[in-house]
Design a protein around this ligand. Structure first.
Ligand code: EPS
Length: 393
C-alpha cells in the first residue's frame, strides 16, 4: 500500500485529525520530535493571538503499540483549545470576503453568503495536522539516514544568502532554532523581525520564501515512467497544496530559463573515495537540479524553494463587497497573524518530508522497518557494484 495521509478538522472545531496509512511496522515514534515540530509551527515572529490559546500536541489514537508503529492506520488528534464553531455569538456569519482568502470563491462554490463555512476549513490551522503526519514520516526517514532541513529564505525585501550543505546544515539548524523567524543568518533574521514589525505598524501583512533541503536521499526515488510518479511533480503538488503558497521551484528553479545549458546542468564526475556517500561517488560540482533529474533523485540534496503570499487578513482591510447587500465595504478583520512565514517553513519542511518518505517506500517497500532498511542497503550495494553480472553486464 502506498504511503498516504488525509486530514480532517476545522479551525474552530473540536480537533484536527491526521490519518497516516502505509507506514511499515516497527517505526519507533519519537513523540518529542513530533510535538516539537508542532510547537515550532506555532511559533515565529509575527504570529497573532491564536497561538497564545493553543498548545498543539499529537495524541495517537491508533496504529501504535508501546511507542512503535504496528502497520495499521495511524490516527492522530490535535485538540483545538479555541473550539467554538457552533457558537453563534463567537463565530457570527462573515459577509465581507477578504481578498486573497478562500472567502469569496468558497462562498460562490457552496452557494452561501456566510464565508465562515469555507474559511473554517480553508484556514491554515489545518497545517498542524499536516505537520503531525509529516513529522511521523520524518521519523521513518531518519531511520533510513534521510533528514529534512527547512528555513526562511526571505520576507518582503529582506533575504539571506546562506547555502545549506551536507556538512553545514546541522549548525545552520541550531542557528535557525535560535532565530525568531527561523532564518539561520543572525543579521538577516534581525532585519526580518524589524521588517515584520514595521509591516504590523502599517496594519499590513507579509509573506516570503521558504526552503526545504533533504540530505541523505539515495538515488532513484521517484520515477520517469509515469508523470505522476515524478518526485518533482509530487513535491510541487504537496507544497502548492499548502495554504497561501503561490509558487514552488526545484533547485535553480525559474532562473534556469535565463541561463544557457552549460551554466545550468551539473557536471558529473566520479570520486572512488566517496562510494559510501548517498551519491555513490557520482558527486556533482553544483546542484542546480536540486537533486532531481528525470523526476528521480540523483543522490544530491533535494532542494525545494516555495513562495508564500502575505496573510489575507489585513489590519487595514482591503476593498471588498458585502455578499448580502452588494455594497462596497472593507474586508472583514478578525484577530490574525501579520506573518506566518516561519510557521510555513515548518509546514513545507514536513510536507516535503512526507513526499520523500512516500517515494522511499515506493522503492524500498516492506511490511516492517527491518525489510525496508534491508532493501535500501541491498539496493545501495548493487548500485555500487555496477556493472552488475546479474543484469547480464
Ligand atoms: C487563519 C486565521 C487565524 C490564524 C490561523 C489561520 O486563526 P484565528 O481566526 O483563530 O485567529 O491564527 O492559523 C492558526 C490557527 C494556526 O494554528 O496556524 C486563517 O484564516 O487562515
Amino acid at each position: 500500500m502506498p504511503l498516504s495521509y488525509r486530514t480532517a478538522g476545522e479551525s474552530h472545531g473540536p480537533a484536527l485529525i491526521a490519518l497516516v496509512e502505509g507506514l511499515p511496522a516497527g517505526v519507533e515514534l519519537d513523540v518529542e520530535f513530533i510535538d516539537g515540530e508542532l510547537r515550532r509551527r506555532q511559533g515565529g515572529y509575527g504570529r497573532g493571538g491564536r497561538q497564545r490559546i493553543e498548545s498543539d500536541r499529537a495524541t495517537f489514537l491508533s496504529g501504535v503499540r508501546r511507542g512503535k508503529t504496528i502497520g495499521s492506520p495511524i490516527a492522530i488528534e490535535i485538540k483545538n483549545a479555541d473550539s467554538r464553531i457552533d457558537d453563534l455569538e463567537r463565530t457570527p456569519p462573515v459577509h465581507r470576503p477578504r481578498p486573497g482568502h478562500a472567502d469569496l470563491a468558497g462562498s460562490l462554490k457552496w452557494l452561501t453568503t456566510d464565508c465562515r463555512e469555507t474559511l473554517e476549513r480553508a484556514s491554515a490551522r489545518e497545517t498542524a495536522a499536516r505537520v503531525a503526519a509529516g513529522a511521523v514520516a520524518r521519523v521513518f526517514l531518519r531511520a533510513l539516514g534521510i533528514e529534512v532541513f527547512g528555513f526562511v529564505r526571505s520576507t518582503l525585501d529582506v533575504r539571506t544568502e546562506v547555502a545549506p550543505a551536507a556538512a553545514t546544515w546541522k549548525a545552520l539548524r541550531e542557528a535557525r532554532d535560535a532565530s525568531e523567524v527561523y532564518c539561520p543568518d543572525a543579521a538577516a533574521s534581525a532585519a526580518m523581525v524589524d521588517r515584520i514589525h514595521r509591516t504590523k505598524a502599517e496594519k499590513d501583512t507579509a509573506g516570503g520564501l521558504v526552503e526545504a533541503h533533504v540530505f541523505g536521499c539515495p538515488p532513484g526515488l521517484g520515477s520517469c515512467m509515469r508523470w505522476e510518479d515524478r518526485l518533482d511533480a509530487r513535491l510541487a503538488g504537496a507544497v502548492m497544496g499548502v495554504q497561501a503558497f503561490k509558487s514552488v521551484e526545484i533547485g535553480l528553479g525559474r532562473e534556469c530559463a535565463a541561463r544557457p545549458g552549460s551554466q545550468v546542468h551539473d557536471p558529473i564526475a566520479f570520486d572512488p573515495a566517496a562510494r559510501q556517500e548517498r551519491h555513490l561517488g557520482f558527486a556533482r560540482t553544483s546542484n542546480n537540479a536540486g537533486g532531481l533529474e528525470g523526476g528521480m533523485t540523483n543522490g544530491m540534496p533535494v532542494v525545494v524553494v516555495a513562495a508564500m503570499k502575505p496573510i489575507a487578513t489585513l489590519g487595514k482591510g482591503m476593498p471588498s463587497v458585502d455578499l448580502v447587500t452588494k455594497a462596497d465595504v472593507g474586508s472583514q478583520y478578525e484577530r490574525s497573524d501579520v506573518s506566518a512565514i516561519a510557521a510555513a517553513s515548518v509546514v513545507v519542511e514536513n510536507v516535503v518530508g512526507f513526499e520523500i518518505a512516500r517515494a522511499a517506500l515506493d522503492k524500498f517497500a516492506g511490511d516492517t522497518m527491518l525489510e525496508t532498511t534491508a532493501a535500501l542497503e541491498r539496493y545501495l550495494d548493487m548500485a555500487r557494484r555496477l556493472p552488475l553480472a546479474e543484469r547480464g553486464q
